[in-house]
Design a protein around this ligand. Sequence first.
Ligand code: URA
Length: 237
Amino acid sequence: MERLQKVIAQSGYASRRKAEELILNNKVKVNGKVVNELGIKASDKDTIEIDGNILTKEEKEYYILNKPRGVVTTTSDEKNRKTVVDLIPTDKRIYPIGRLDYDTTGLLLLTNDGDFANILMHPSEKVQKVYVAKIKGIITAEAISKIKNGVMLDSVKVVPSRLKVKKVDKKTATTVVQISIQEGKNHEVKRIFDSVGFPVLKLKREKLAFFDLKDLASGEYRRLTPKEIAKVYSLKD
Ligand code: URA
């Protein structure tokens, strides 16, 4: 017997966090009865129903995608916009691990393995994410040192592990910077630069943990190798 949210995550239906949300929102039935507490345990032998669909186990799939601009990081969009899941032809219920904004490009992992997703999203794993941002204006030494000292976001001090100016273009009055962060807050990079008065014009995620975008053009994807999958699982140990 395992916790219900874990059984749901292992089936590939959703991440553990999303499964908890579904349970608390009365969307989950076990053997025909709505369950809305997180303490409940279940096993493969129980009939679990989510939103009227009976849960079945499916084979796990793992992808890395170079997300293009103008695609939503979700499994379905109420405005019918193209989603990251639409870019990968599969009959499995894969979903994105974390989020990139509609206009952000770059590295995104997708899977239907809830445990795998959980390792990369859990704050205790301190997974490094490296972004390259083109910002409006010529950044000042003062702004750089403010960011390096930490910016308050959602009452938490966010200190980048690295911040590097890559290019200053006086003609267009823009700066290209590389920033490495560990948290996964919404619009985190944009909010960091906004807080010192330099809005982000363009944003790309280049790295996440040991993954990079090598050989993947915009819109391209590939399956992760068994070695890469094992390496993510070993982060937990
Ligand atoms: N930070 C942002 O502001 N946007 C993203 O898409 C990712 C990180």
